[in-house]
Write a protein that binds this ligand. Structure first.
Ligand code: B12
Ligand code: SF4
Length: 453
């Protein structure tokens, strides 16, 4: 399996692996990459690669890794294939089960790899592929570590237009996991020097909420609102519908019997992904690209069209681009749901603004905001909104159009709409929130986010 899984990489081993010098090698006290790869594949991984913690291209992943395990020297990235035909099926129940079982396999395999490593004296932390995650950080960055940048550095694939890592052989049909180890490896992997994405844009065409854009990437919130209807924020919306309804009749207007039992099935058997169509239609990778190229029309007829024509509810936030987009397909029943964005800390506000950013509300808005908080939580960040995209940087960078200096608790109350507009004005006049620049810009800034309209 080892040679088979590494064969497809069109890079010579001298290009792909970074090796310690001969002098360093004689003193080398780490583990052999061949042995490590053999262990990973024997325990059930379909491919694996290794990245040194000091690699600068890992960016903030280095911090994430060291926070999880302070002794981390190397990160193992590995993947397990999913079965394309299950995910291509119009049945989302079959597709979801394929995702869930593959995540379960990854966790089991990670634990087995760790046990094997322990036997040869290597200590390790299995990061686990997906949920439950750290919900204390909701609505910010809840995941412990980002597997995608690690996989890219480990040569497992490159990022496709669908924002998934595309493996050279399995394409988008694989899921990822990472293991942190306290040991150096004699040869590290390097990123691929070619891109398995063929640019067909079937992923863009398949998304029922228009969440993918070649230039802007993925619209986090649009995907989350629909695909993750039975998870996280979708669950909050469902609960608030129950709380707010006068009686069961009114509740059923908001949430049909089918949707209520769907929630129950998700709680009982694992949440159901509502789409993931950007995976279903993707022909990247040696395994599938030939099939696609030999019959492009058949691929569109048999894989893309049944998903586009499927009659199903589509969940969108009120007044979003996703709503506008979803309404174009007459096969879909568009359900407008509550936009919820309630950060519980300044940190989750600063990460959460990326999630809550709504491109439609930001049309024509170009501004650089210097944000500073004091009091219970101190922070400094720059939020840049340009061409319907958002970026958040640590500290203050660039020339500011709007400055916000706020007491952290007061600011969170304003963001979470726990205040009236006269309370907001009072916060400004009393100096708890200082605005540098035109107040109209502050309003414009606030309107760029869901839950703020
Ligand atoms: C957050 C997350 C999501 C978010 C955001 C998606 C994304 N592209 O990042 C949502 C909820 C939308 C999502 C959806 C899905 N996901 Co997901 N997701 C993750 C998670 C937890 C972290 C990803 C991450 O690091 N993103 C940040 C950067 C690296 O990604 P990016 O594309 O460059 O960034 C975009 C946004 O995330 C955002 N952004 C960038 N930086 C930051 C920082 C912060 C703090 C925030 C909040 C946002 C943000 O802006 C960018 C442009 O929009 C990982 C698991 C993990 N622990 O790594 C799985 C993971 C990426 N998901 C995966 C899958 C399979 C899916 C779904 C298919 C789920 C499903 N079964 O239906 C869909 C596909 C959506 C898509 N086309 O992207 C797989 C991908 C496997 C692969 N082959 O690459 C992963 C790796 C899980 C796994 N263990 O295998 N996911
Ligand atoms: S569907 Fe086409 S454009 Fe989208 S990621 Fe796959 S190969 Fe790339």
């Amino acid at each position: 399996m080892k040679s088979q899984s590494k064969q497809h990489k069109k890079v010579s081993s001298s290009q792909k692996m970074s090796q310690p010098s001969t002098k360093k090698l004689s003193m080398f006290k780490g583990v052999s990459s061949d042995m490590l790869r053999t262990i990973c594949l024997e325990e059930g991984a379909d491919d694996a690669g290794f990245v040194e913690i000091e690699r600068k291209e890992l960016g903030s992943v280095k911090e994430e890794a060291l926070e999880l395990y302070y002794k981390t020297k190397t990160i193992i990235s590995f993947c397990v294939r999913t079965n394309p035909e299950n995910i291509q099926s119009p049945s989302r129940s079959l597709a979801s089960e394929e995702f869930h079982k593959t995540y379960a396999d990854l966790s089991i395999i990670a634990r087995k790899i760790v046990k094997r490593l322990n036997k040869v004296g290597i200590r390790a932390v299995a990061c686990h592929p997906v949920f439950p995650m750290d919900m204390n950080r909701w609505a910010g960055k809840i995941w412990e570590i980002s597997h995608k940048p690690i996989a890219e550095q480990a040569g497992l694939g490159t990022t496709g237009i669908n924002r998934m890592i595309l493996h050279p052989k399995f394409g988008t049909f694989m899921l990822l996991d990472s293991i942190l180890i306290d040991t150096d490896v004699d040869k590290y992997d390097r990123p691929l020097d070619y891109d398995p994405c063929i640019g067909c844009q079937l992923c863009v065409a398949s998304c029922p909420v228009g969440a993918l854009d070649v230039r802007k990437g993925v619209d986090f919130n649009a995907c989350m609102t629909h695909n993750y209807r039975d998870f996280m924020g979708g669950f909050e919306d469902w609960i608030e519908n129950i709380v707010d309804a006068k009686d069961s009749k009114e509740f059923r207007k908001k949430s049909s019997d089918g949707e209520n039992v769907s929630k129950w099935q998700s709680l009982s058997y694992g949440p159901q992904y509502k789409a993931a169509y950007c995976i279903s239609v993707c022909p990247a990778g040696e395994d599938l690209v030939g099939v696609y190229k030999s019959d492009r029309k058949g691929w569109v007829e048999n894989i893309l069209k049944p998903l586009s024509n499927k009659k199903e509810p589509i969940y969108v936030g009120n007044g979003t681009y996703a709503e506008e987009y979803a309404r174009r397909n007459p096969n879909k029943e568009v359900k407008v749901i509550r936009n919820i964005f309630r950060p519980n800390s300044i940190n989750s506000f600063l990460t959460g603004v990326r999630v809550a950013f709504e491109q439609k509300h930001a049309r024509g808005v170009n501004m650089t905001v210097h944000f500073e908080s004091h009091g219970k939580e101190t922070a400094q960040a720059t939020i840049i909104i340009a061409e319907c995209t958002i970026d958040v940087k640590e500290g203050h960078v660039g020339t500011t159009d709007l400055g916000i200096i706020a007491d952290s608790e007061t600011w969170l109350k304003i963001v979470n709409k726990e205040t009236s507009s006269s309370d907001d004005m009072h916060a400004i006049t009393s100096g708890k929130v200082k605005v540098q620049g035109d107040l109209k810009l502050l309003k414009q800034f606030q309107e760029c986010f869901i839950g703020q309209e």
